[in-house]
Design a binder for this molecule. Sequence first.
Ligand code: SAM
Length: 443
Amino acid sequence: MELPKEFLIRMEKLVPNFDKFVYSYNNLPVKSFFINKNKISEEDFLAHCSWNIEQSERGWQLLEDFKVGKTLEHHSGMIYMQELSAMMPTTFLPLKEDDWVIDLCASPGGKSIQVANRIKSGLLVSNEIVKSRANILKSNIERMGLYNVCVTNNNPKELEDCFGGIFDAVVVDAPCSGEGMFRKDDEAILNWSQANVDACAIRQYGILETANKLLKQGGYLLYSTCTFSVEENEQQVANFCSRHNYEIVPLDYPNAQFGVKIGEYNTNYCLRFYPHQFNGEGQFVALLRKVEDCNQFISNEHYFKPINKMPTEYKAFKDFCEANLTQYQDITSNAIFSGNTIYYATNKQIAESGVRLINCGVVLGDVVKGRFEPHHNFVTCFGNRFRQTIELSEQDANKFIKGETLDCELSGYVVVKYNGVVLGFGKSSTGLKNHYPKGLRNV
Ligand SMILES: C[S@@+](CC[C@H](N)C(=O)[O-])C[C@H]1O[C@@H](n2cnc3c(N)ncnc32)[C@H](O)[C@@H]1O
């Protein structure tokens, strides 16, 4: 692998054991995942898993090569594939169960999923600027069975008009020059240039300005990149602290390097993860706390508009819930409508705040000709509450994710599970008509 010369000259001055750093690029990238505890406990997953895996850093490394995306473990949302160093930043973010968090650069969603799993009674706004990537993000959140996430598709700047400083934490996993991607992605090497590093730094400046506007007094700003340039990392943090009143929180991890100190700022409290010291590709992380200013108080209420009234379609939906679910009052009371589609709104006010919504919690289904038709997302989140469920063998579960019809003696809507975890649903009369979404099927 030929690394850019300018990059190497710079890294030689920056990185300890430079020879080992360069040599680490001869190794294959590490394939890794975390267990989605929203779907399955670590204990149950490990008892079930037959893959050759090993615990590494804060995740699991795959020691064999196969298409994980085709497996039942992936389809059912038991696991999420994420690079080991990319798993690190959110582990430093202090969160309370009921916190409100916004992730400004969220797709494909690894960091959002980690955060949403830790704020079960809180709310995550997971935003992605690129529409096609926002749809991928929505699909990943849906697969993980998370109901406390609103997926939005906005330029971060636009969000300043929808919210004020109402979030307990803001995550900025910034678009960057991707020097930590060199082992995984040849394009990252081809696209690298000092001009691109400078352009990324300007973009990051703008995103951080928005982050500051959305964060509460005393809240945390988590800033990370998968690159090593000082301009995009410590310098960015130091410049930000020169404009705003923040303190840098000291971080530590055995296989990481402290950040580069810039002037009077404690940017050495940040962490750098290098591929020759840490079993992953590379990452930078900074945690900042917004210092309280007694003269400022911002209320959440001010930024939200009134909630819409429920239209008549509500009845078909309520009838469906009554017939098919064992427990549903919280779902029907938090339902909102847009066109023919009914959503479970994690937070109704977010849905009314003017953001460009991709999903505001859970897509429950559509009302078609007065009848309610459930969506896959309904069962990935609330499938355990359905009256009719069947447990599939591995063979049948693999047929199900290919979209095949299965034998079934039940009648009506049936949720199918594999290893106790919801895979999807079907409608049964003379067999189980498969409702696993076409775009997700193994072909
Ligand atoms: C490093 S990736 C985020 C990875 C994600 N946090 C995760 O853990 O899966 C950066 C994201 O920022 C998005 N992005 C690109 N330009 C942006 C901009 N000007 N403002 C905000 N986000 C941007 C990219 O589309 C990309 O999805």
